[in-house]
Design a protein around this ligand. Structure first.
Ligand SMILES: Cc1cc2nc3c(=O)[nH]c(=O)nc-3n(C[C@H](O)[C@H](O)[C@H](O)COP(=O)(O)OP(=O)(O)OC[C@H]3O[C@@H](n4cnc5c(N)ncnc54)[C@H](O)[C@@H]3O)c2cc1C
Length: 216
């Protein structure tokens, strides 16, 4: 990533899409998940790009698409069929380079470390690598953190390694206990049962606080 200088009159960064132009005000969206990408895409069709820079800042260069992640994690380990199932991987980890309508926006890959309000009309954010980015409008969509199989790291390679590790763990586990019988727990249990129906007698144990599913 190219560092973005503060208050210069030059093009500051160019990763995907339009350059950030320093004498324009910035509309900054933080978080390249389902929410942040939807907001950034919609804004890219609406705002006046001759007056404003639209910037999406995300710690990942891809979106982790959680609705398809459970099946992806439970799939066979790489090499079983002589290839890695590229189709499910492409669905689970979606690159962010086409978020903006007609390229009308800029993706900055980095993690926001702090947010500062400089007054009633905006402020700045500072990324972990020290990059400073001013904002007139700031949208925060950093999502939430998950545990265990769903605790994905940042880079695409690390995410793929995390996926491979969990595939192997599911494949070689003798017993699996899943705590929580909400949507995620139920789906994980059924995917595991569906993936290994006859080859092993794997009956995932679903542990929940009630005898009712989706109990909250
Ligand atoms: C296993 C599983 C299955 C699910 N299935 C479904 C389903 O079928 N249907 C459904 O509707 N929902 C489902 N969900 C819930 C759904 O995934 C979440 O509601 C959704 O991901 C929330 O989107 P988000 O954009 O708010 O956050 P996220 O998807 O978590 O995205 C947040 C983004 O912000 C980035 N970020 C975080 N902090 C920073 C920072 N400091 N600086 C820069 N970037 C940052 C993260 O890297 C991430 O890219 C599921 C969740 C899980 C775990």
């Amino acid at each position: 990533m190219i560092p973005i200088p503060h208050h210069t009159g030059h093009y500051a960064a160019l990763l995907f899409g339009m350059p950030i132009i320093a004498d324009r005000e910035n509309v900054v969206v933080v978080g390249g998940g389902a929410a942040g990408t939807a907001i950034a895409r919609r804004l890219s069709t609406m705002i006046n790009h001759t007056k404003l820079n639209l910037i999406l800042v995300s710690s990942r260069s891809h979106m982790v698409h959680y609705p398809s992640i459970i099946r992806t994690l439970v799939e066979s380990t790489p090499g079983t069929h002589g290839y890695e199932d590229q189709q499910s991987i492409n669905k689970a980890f979606i690159p962010l380079d086409h978020v903006f309508d007609e390229g009308h926006g800029e993706l900055v890959v980095g993690t926001v470390a702090s947010i500062v309000e400089d007054g009633p009309h905006g402020g700045h954010i500072i990324l972990e690598d020290g990059t400073l980015l001013t904002w007139s409008v700031l949208v925060l969509a950093p999502g939430c953190t998950w545990e265990g199989p769903f605790a994905f790291p940042e880079s695409k390679n690390e995410c793929l390694n995390h996926m491979r590790e969990w595939r192997l763990r599911f494949k070689t586990a003798k017993n699996i206990a899943i705590a929580g019988a909400g949507a995620v727990g139920i789906e994980l249990a059924t995917e595991l049962r569906g993936r290994y129906p006859v080859s092993r007698s794997l009956y995932p144990l679903l542990v929940c606080a009630s005898n009712r599913l989706f109990f909250a």
